[in-house]
Design a binder for this molecule. Structure first.
Ligand code: PLP
Length: 526
């Protein structure tokens, strides 16, 4: 096993020894530069900027003056630039290629949004500055709230949650507050379909509820008989994703809402897949009581490393007054933030508490607003329609070479399972790794859990037909190679990625979060 000087393997742990000349002298491959961790550079004695020690000024810190080294690596400006640019080149991004991660809606982030978010009136303000000086920002929050309520036909929206899962927490806390206010604190059971995103049961438990799973039926929707059997006077709510994580519209959704309300519970809808129906379906018309948006999915704000998430949560009449602090209101001619409980009560509200220090993700609000205004009502509807069209195109092109899990059309994502890999010696994981060799980020794997070896593909509307065709050509070729017995193409993949098969289980179970200098033994390992 080849090791670099810090004891990290330079070749995959589980792949056979590659042919001669697979390793380079420098560790770089092609024009992809090898890059150690910043701590491994051992540049603790350098600084990027030299300040002369002040002369003739005795320190006033006395015994508090630092005597040992700071222990931070020092880099010059070009070294720092290279470090981060090299790392960024090992990454995959929506700006590099198609990113078919189902349920995540990895769509293009329009640059117009970036330009508007950088306007100084939005980007150079501080949450603690006087409210009279940030009227424009408040108005933007108010406008975005208006459009989110319009798109959903819901009376209230809590703008402050900072991610989808945080929005779920907001909705479930509002539900809990409403149950407590009704004197029905014994309702603690939350129904969650087995196809749900892991955040749904986690949120319910976090709020002090317990989870009761409902099975899916043979066509990938909620099994209505099982659902009805679970209703009772200890049920607090159902958490249902629509379209669901199989990429299917829950066709019985109205009946589910009615039955849940009759049983005295609430309907939380996970709105992460709203990209499939934005501008076409209003959750308020379906009987939803609470639903979060993922602005970083549906309304094109960047995900993860590209920017924080944002999860505004709409609430029905029954839950509206429990919305968390703070919130922005129009008071006469000006806008202001309602920040404390007494003020909220004077407005007729009864907030369950507060989820964030300030008002939420201003930069994401600006980007989402820019996306909405640049699309207009017709454009938002068309974006959803195109997202569904692209997914169905993928489904139609691949249904004869891969195995779709359910018959019929899908919504914004196409779900396949691993039956087409039966007896090939190739698993869903191997197939995904081979996609990396072909230059594609894998689709969502092994989720949802309701089908075996799931592969969930969401192309989104921002891919052209040519791009979707190239992707389908590649998957078709890979499926053909697997069936033709080219097992090693898969089991040895990825061969061309900067990092090979990582021990993901160990990384999750025993994460090494702190870098320690290598021991001499590890350096000598070979
Ligand atoms: C993405 C997603 C979430 C969680 O959203 P975050 O913003 O990642 O917290 C919840 N449910 C579903 C179905 C999702 O796809």
């Amino acid at each position: 096993m080849a090791m670099n000087t810090q004891g990290r393997p330079s070749r995959p742990l589980h792949t056979p020894d590659p042919g001669a000349y697979d390793d380079t002298f420098s560790g770089s491959k092609g024009l992809d530069q090898a890059e150690p961790l910043i701590f491994e550079r051992q540049t603790y004695d350098k600084t990027g900027v030299d300040f002369e020690a002040p002369k003739g000024k005795p320190s006033r810190l006395g015994a508090l003056e630092r005597s040992d080294d700071l222990g931070l690596p020092g880099l010059s400006e070009p070294e720092a630039m290279r470090h981060y640019v090299r790392l960024s080149r090992k990454n995959y991004a929506i700006d590099i290629g198609l990113y078919p991660l189902g349920s995540c809606t990895m769509k293009h982030n329009p640059r117009l949004n970036e330009k508007l978010a950088r306007l100084p009136g939005f980007s150079d303000i501080h949450p603690l500055q006087p409210q009279s000086t940030v009227q424009g920002a408040f108005e933007l929050i108010g406008d975005l709230a208006h459009w989110l309520m319009t798109l959903t036909n819901m009376p209230t929206v809590a703008m402050s949650p900072k991610a989808g899962a945080h929005g779920e927490l907001c909705g479930m806390m509002a539900i809990r507050a409403a149950l407590d206010a009704r004197g029905e604190s014994h309702r603690r059971r939350v129904l969650v379909p087995e196809s749900a995103h892991g955040t749904n049961p986690a949120t319910a438990v976090q709020c002090g509820f317990h989870v009761d799973e409902i099975p899916a039926n043979a066509i990938g929707r909620v099994d209505m008989e099982a659902f009805k059997a679970k209703l009772g006077d200890d049920v607090a709510a159902i958490m249902l994703t629509n379209p669901n994580t199989c990429g299917l519209f829950e066709s019985d959704i109205r009946e589910i809402a009615d039955l849940m309300h009759e049983a005295g519970g609430y309907f939380y809808c996970d709105g992460a897949n709203f990209n499939a129906i934005s501008g076409r379906v209003r959750p308020g018309d379906l009987g939803v009581d609470a639903m979060h948006f993922n602005l970083h999915k549906t309304y094109s704000t960047p995900h993860g490393g590209g920017g924080p998430g944002s999860g505004p949560t709409v609430l029905s009449e029954a839950l509206a007054k429990f919305a968390p602090l703070p919130f922005v209101i129009k008071d006469g001619d000006s806008w202001r933030m309602v920040e404390d409980e007494a003020d909220a009560k004077a407005q007729g509200a009864d907030p369950f508490g507060r989820m964030v220090a300030f008002h939420g993700q201003m930069g994401m609000f600006t980007r989402a607003m820019s996306y909405m205004l640049s699309h207009g009502a017709d454009g938002l509807k068309m974006a959803s329609e195109d997202a569904v069209l692209n997914a169905n195109y993928v489904l139609a092109r691949l249904k004869n070479v891969m195995t779709p899990s359910f018959d019929g059309l899908c919504m914004h994502e196409a779900l396949f399972d691993d039956r087409f890999l039966k007896d090939t010696g190739v698993t869903t994981l191997d197939f995904a790794k081979a996609m990396i060799d072909e230059g594609y980020h894998p689709m969502t794997m092994y989720f949802p859990l309701v089908v075996h070896g799931a592969m969930l593909i969401e192309p989104t509307e921002s891919e052209s037909k040519a791009s979707v065709d190239r992707f389908c050509d590649t998957l078709e070729a890979l499926a053909g190679a697997a069936k033709a017995g080219e097992t090693e193409r898969f089991t040895a993949a990825p061969r061309f990625a900067p990092a090979k098969r990582l021990d993901e289980t160990r990384a999750a179970r025993q994460p090494v979060l702190r870098w320690t200098p290598p021991s001499t033994d590890a350096q000598a390992a070979e």
